[in-house]
Write a protein that binds this ligand. Structure first.
Ligand SMILES: [Zn+2]
Ligand SMILES: [Zn+2]
Ligand SMILES: [Zn+2]
Length: 130
């Protein structure tokens, strides 16, 4: 019984991902980061919170809450928020999701198709937000 301890694998460099897969993954990471900030801001009551994006997210959330009642996400600020929310809410299946508006937006998605959403809210892109 000859056990071969041959290990020819000296490649330790991580290879770059396939571009498309990488872009998709990168977007997922960006979305995750943004929504970590949003969930934080939603719960944060610290007026001098050191998190740079906290205040910005708080302002956006405050606006969207007030605006939504009158305009159903139809102003430019809300539309921008909805674009980014789309990336979270579409695949989200968490029953009691902590992300603000996730449930509401999932209901909107359920009623509309992607094309109708893009027509209403513009081309969906993460880069427009924050
Ligand atoms: Zn905060
Ligand atoms: Zn608005
Ligand atoms: Zn969610």
């Amino acid at each position: 019984m000859a056990s071969q301890a041959f290990n020819g694998n000296t490649e330790s460099n991580s290879k770059p991902n396939i571009l498309t897969a990488h872009n998709c993954q990168q977007r997922e990471e960006e979305v995750k980061k943004i929504f970590m900030d949003i969930v934080h801001a939603d719960k944060c009551v610290d007026e001098s919170c050191p998190l740079e994006k906290c205040l910005k997210c708080k302002k956006v959330l405050e606006h969207v809450r007030q605006c939504k009642k009158q305009q159903e996400f139809q102003c430019p600020i809300c539309k921008r928020f909805v674009r980014i929310l789309h990336f979270h809410a579409k695949p989200c299946a968490v029953e009691f999701c902590a992300v603000p508006f996730c449930h509401e937006f999932r209901e909107i998605i359920a009623k509309k198709n992607e094309e109708a959403l893009i027509q209403e809210f513009g081309n969906l892109s993460v880069k427009d937000f924050i």
